[in-house]
Design a protein around this ligand. Structure first.
Ligand code: MN
Length: 242
């Protein structure tokens, strides 16, 4: 195949994978009518792929659009785009290692963005990637006391990306969470297990004193889990084709 054909094939595979990721995240209860998943463009690191503005469960490969790292829609346009596309744009600009981003309002996670004394921490091996301190982005620091809490421009996106720093995820006070990955599959896996860890941690906190993973345990568990991501992806993916 020519280079052009190879590139076109890789882009088509990326569109299909992104549509599958949207359906997985809906099936796993991470997103509902809101929330989105993106991936860096496979051929153009200064662009990313994200669907048009629609419920994630309805995304098809043909709905996937390309954006630049300022959040501008590329191509002929006309499609309705997500207001919060700047979350993705700013993180890709700030983190060359990030190849995929999931933003959700996962209900199990939001309480940990609201209660100051309750920080999301790894409580089980599947949440190992949550090691270290997961930052909690306070939009009031940048948008004042009367914002709608949404990342509605690139400046707010850049503030969020700075808050994320080198972490795997950033909590967003009163809003949700944004999770990153070195691959699309890893970002999806982490988004699912961020919610899972939050559910387990909240249940444990209600019972009594919680034993958290040590940083060393969390890192070791994360390394072990990274080798198992395809098992989860293949299974979840098969459930989207019913
Ligand atoms: Mn949001």
């Amino acid at each position: 195949m020519s280079n052009f054909t190879n590139e076109a094939a890789r882009l088509e595979t990326a569109r299909q994978d992104l549509a599958t990721a949207n359906r997985i995240l809906f099936n796993q209860g991470v997103v509902d009518a809101f929330g989105h998943v993106s991936m860096r463009h496979p051929e153009r690191p200064d662009q990313f792929l994200l669907s048009a503005n629609m419920a994630p469960a309805t995304v098809t490969p043909g709905d996937v659009l390309a954006f630049d790292l300022q959040g501008n829609l590329l191509g002929n346009g006309g499609q309705k785009v997500y207001l919060e596309r700047f979350i993705h744009a700013a993180i890709y600009a700030n983190r060359p290692d990030v190849l995929s981003v999931v933003h959700s309002h996962a209900a199990a996670v939001v309480p940990f963005t609201i209660v100051k004394s309750a920080r999301l921490r790894p409580v089980c091996h599947m949440g190992g990637f949550l090691s270290g301190i997961i930052p909690n982005f306070e939009i009031r620091d940048h948008a004042g006391m009367g914002s709608d809490l949404l990342i509605r421009d690139i400046t707010l996106g850049q503030h969020l990306a700075q808050s994320l720093g080198q972490s795997a995820a950033v909590m967003m006070r009163g809003h949700g969470v944004t999770v990153t990955g070195g691959t699309l599959r890893q970002a999806v896996f982490r988004a699912v297990y961020t919610q899972n860890n939050a559910q387990i941690q909240a249940a444990a906190m209600a019972l009594g004193e919680v034993t958290y993973l040590t940083d060393a345990e969390a890192l070791a568990a994360d390394e072990a889990n990274t080798g198992q991501i395809s098992r989860a992806w293949d299974f979840w993916s098969s459930q989207t084709q019913a």
